[in-house]
Design a binder for this molecule. Structure first.
Ligand SMILES: [Zn+2]
Length: 465
């Protein structure tokens, strides 16, 4: 579709200016004053135009459990989560749609879905998520969540004689499923990308990491994983490798400029230098880190060391929503309490760049996405500056990031295709989605979790509680 946005407010180095933007075949072809209208005319008056943001780490199917898991640290929270996941593929479809919709309504045009796979129906799960994202037309980076160690292996042993159970499927079989998904679905030009995405050091052997690296090299894919989300994982890495998790991942060659790592809470200065050297990206999930008590990631240190950082919501039951603007806000101002030197604090324009260009960089796409630049793909968001939450008129980006924008997203395009027009979705029926989410769920509170009861005393012991 060709279109021209007339008179949109666009940030420039010194403030803002009003400009027109032409889009032809999904590419930004001109930005300037008084441009001819090519294709459809879009009224950009009193609206702010920004590049789309990246929700750079989430788990869509967690939507079914948002709000229900009690306040617990990651290791116990995840045991609780695993106890109650009887999902079917129809639910996978609806929660992928829901996650995409909420991402789009909060300024995101790309989503990295570290997709939890239904055991025994792995390929079907991936197929279903692909269909949901194709229907919605959000740019999707599907990162099938794979591991080859059982949940008990994710806890440090400490002084106990804890025996880890073995995982139900050999590593090679898991990699074969992943390769099948890559061959079948990895179509970047059509907006569907597959990532290699081992869960993290807490549940994966080196054989799995190496297999993922090999597939990433062979098929030119990005790499994604959780990294040192909790103190317990830092202890586990020392037990498992005798060095830090970052040193180990570097040693086995998993870190490169196409690797993005979610959380990164417990890294030391040597680790930070390794991330800078290898040009790895840190995905900051501030809300999840607060919700699970994981800690505050040293984001200002990363930025000072030259590490690329972007934002994400994380799964909807450790957040418990998918509002990307909220994650960007908290992920920015949170660090004002960790560092006294206010000159290093993240300002709203920097936050916008981290959320857009930073996200693109983390996926090796900074030449194609992440900024309002002629020649780049038209993944664009137009914000209504007459929305109550963006009034009165002050600094639009300042208020978008530091305020609490509600119903502020007016139009969204991905690859030049319009997904939201005047606040309304053009690709999916939101009323129907709401009805289906309602009908397939019920009001409830969660009772005791057998898996939590099994591991809680060991967890308390190794954490010195
Ligand atoms: Zn996660």
């Amino acid at each position: 579709m060709n279109f021209t946005i007339k008179q949109a407010l666009i940030p420039v180095t010194e403030g803002y200016t009003t400009l027109d933007v032409q889009i032809v075949d999904g590419i930004i072809t001109a930005i300037g004053e008084n441009l001819d209208v090519i294709g459809t005319k879009i009224n950009g008056k009193n609206k702010l135009l920004l590049p789309g943001f990246f929700n750079a780490h989430t788990h869509s199917s967690e939507m079914w459990q948002r709000g229900i898991i009690p306040p617990l640290p990651l290791e116990l929270w995840i045991a609780n989560l695993y106890d109650f996941t009887p999902l079917d593929t129809e639910q996978i479809y609806l929660s992928a749609l829901g996650t995409g919709v909420e991402t789009l309504l909060s300024g995101g045009t790309s989503v990295v879905d570290h997709l939890v796979l239904i055991p025994g129906k792995e390929l079907e799960t991936i197929t279903t998520a692909v269909h949901a994202y194709q229907k919605l037309k959000i740019r999707a980076f599907i990162a099938p969540l794979i591991h080859d160690e059982s949940l008990s292996a994710s806890l440090p042993k400490g002084k106990s004689l804890l025996q880890y159970q073995s995982y139900f499927r050999p590593t090679a079989e898991t990699l074969a499923i992943l390769e099948e998904a890559i061959i079948k679905f990895h179509r970047p030009e059509a907006g569907i990308n597959i990532l290699v995405a081992p869960t993290g050091i807490q549940l994966c052997t080196d054989a799995l990491f190496n297999g993922c690296s090999e597939l990433s090299n062979r098929y030119h894919l990005c790499r994604h994983a959780h990294l040192l989300e909790t103190k317990s994982q830092e202890k586990l890495a020392q037990e498992k490798y005798g060095c830090s998790a970052v040193e180990h991942l570097h040693e086995i060659g998993f870190l490169n400029e196409k690797t993005s790592l979610a959380h990164c809470v417990w890294l030391n200065d040597t680790d930070i230098n390794i991330l800078a050297q290898t040009k790895s990206t840190v995905v900051h999930n501030p809300l999840s880190n607060l919700r699970l008590g994981s800690g505050i990631a040293p984001i200002l240190k990363y930025l000072q060391a030259g590490v690329n950082v972007t934002f994400a919501c994380d799964g909807a039951c450790s957040n418990d929503g998918q509002d990307l603007l909220e994650a960007i806000k908290i992920g920015s101002i949170l660090h004002n309490v960790t560092d006294f030197d206010y000159q290093t604090w993240i300002n709203p324009r920097q936050a916008v760049e981290m959320a857009s260009l930073g996200g693109a960089k983390g996926l090796g796409l900074e030449q194609q996405l992440g900024s309002l630049t002629v020649g780049k793909k038209a993944d664009l968001v137009l914000y209504d500056l007459q929305s109550l939450s963006l009034l009165p008129r002050t600094d639009p980006i300042g208020l978008l990031i530091l305020g609490r924008p509600v119903n502020a997203v007016n139009c969204v395009w991905v690859n030049g295709e319009q997904i939201i027009d005047n606040g309304q979705f053009t690709t999916v029926d939101i009323e129907q989605l709401k009805t289906e989410l309602f009908n397939r769920s019920q009001w409830q509170i969660r009772g005791a979790s057998p898996s939590v009861e099994q591991i809680e005393s060991h967890y308390r012991q190794v954490m010195g509680l």
